[in-house]
Write a protein that binds this ligand. Structure first.
Ligand code: MG
Length: 376
């Protein structure tokens, strides 16, 4: 019986995690659930999974929800009754909880991008110090992780992350300038939360995944590439020093990488399994990324390479820029412009503490919002 805490249980990944869990009632026990503001769904989940512990932003100060004890995210993440902590919160809320879980020696299944983007160096060092394992949930990182099974890290020559290219893969610069939030929220292959859907349309999401891959697999940025693969069936590729390449293929369904993160090192027969019908696949396409049309990918890769507080600034400025775009205060290409302007103004701290990272985050949000104060 694996004892789970699911932080961010009402979001897209959290809900799919509980779908996977409910398919294996004898093998998983949900000890704790945590959400932000969606308390009505949390109550449904509490009634179904009967966790002993909960956390919700809106019930701060509450002692109980439907018989479960209310604790803080950090208390839940480090609780002695929890073996595996799923971090599927969005934004920086997951960082403190991830560090608390790591310091308590828990296995952490990570779906939250910001944790490694903001503080990859600290998180990885703490995981080594406390002998805590971090496993990825994101489809690309799960693919790389699966390809690395049985391989030695020093034999890897390249990680190649695939990107669907999003809804504007073939749009011209002029068309991109006219993109509305509604257009950008219509992703061709994946159904996800709002922020990550916009980030997928700008390819900022892929840039953040490059930074995550760097930290998760300890591979230099010079050996990480991105290629467009519109079918979203090849989830990433690892190339080795002998010229061989391994890829992981599956239909785009997040329940597979979630299940693998929960069951690793085992593979369990999945009730959601839907094999690929190779006979009906017309082709697998690949194309290079056009960084002129998708400058967010370049900004993210540069911020990762420059390191220090730059990636935290990138992430925070992007969050503000996406909010401004969704509120129709700025156009689609301005998302990259706001992020670039904020990065340009930043005075980097090369070896930041967690406090430095949170300070850079706050500074970046204020700076990105300059001139758009009415968006508050
Ligand atoms: Mg992904």
């Amino acid at each position: 019986m694996k004892r789970l805490a699911v932080l961010g249980s009402t979001g897209s990944i959290g809900r799919q995690t509980l779908e996977v869990v409910s398919a294996f009632p004898d093998r998983f026990e949900v000890v704790a659930l945590a959400c932000g503001e969606n308390v009505s769904l949390l109550k449904e989940q509490v009634a179904e999974f009967k966790p002993r512990l909960v956390c919700t932003e809106l019930a701060a100060g509450a002692k109980e929800i439907l018989g479960a004890t209310c604790l803080s995210l950090e208390e839940i993440a480090s609780h002695p009754d929890v073996d595996l902590v799923v971090i599927s919160t969005s934004g920086k809320a997951g960082l403190g909880a991830t560090l608390a879980a790591i310091r308590a020696g828990k296995k952490v299944a990570l779906a939250n991008k910001e944790v490694l983007v903001m503080a990859g160096g600290i998180v990885v060092a703490e995981a080594q110090k406390y002998d805590a394992e971090i496993v990825p949930i994101d489809s690309e990182h799960s693919a790389i992780w699966q390809c690395l099974n049985g391989e030695e890290r020093r034999t890897v020559s390249k990680l190649i992350l695939t990107a669907s290219g999003g809804p504007f893969r073939q749009s011209t610069l002029a068309q991109l300038a006219a993109v509305t939030p509604k257009d950008a929220l219509n992703h061709p292959t994946w159904r996800m939360g709002t922020k990550v859907t916009i980030d997928s349309a700008t390819l900022m999401n892929k840039g953040m995944e490059v930074i995550e891959a760097h930290w998760l697999f300890d591979i230099p940025y010079s050996q990480i590439e991105v290629v467009i693969h519109p079918q979203s069936i090849i989830h990433s590729i690892v190339e080795f020093v002998d010229g061989s390449a391994k890829a992981q293929l599956s239909l785009p369904d997040m329940r597979l990488p979630i299940q693998y993160a929960l069951t690793h090192p085992e593979r369990w027969e999945s009730p959601f399994r839907e094999g690929i019908d190779f006979g009906s696949i017309v082709s697998f396409d690949f194309e290079p990324v056009d960084l002129d049309r998708f400058p967010c990918l370049k900004l993210a890769m540069e911020a990762g390479e420059r390191g220090g507080t730059y990636p935290a600034v990138l992430s925070a400025a992007d969050e503000v820029a996406v909010e401004l775009f969704l509120a129709k205060k700025i156009g689609f290409p301005d998302i990259a412009a706001v992020v670039a302007r904020t990065l340009d103004c930043h005075e980097v701290i090369s070896y930041p503490s967690i406090e430095d990272i949170f300070a850079a985050d706050t500074w970046a949000r204020e700076t990105a919002r300059l001139g758009f104060e009415e968006a508050e």
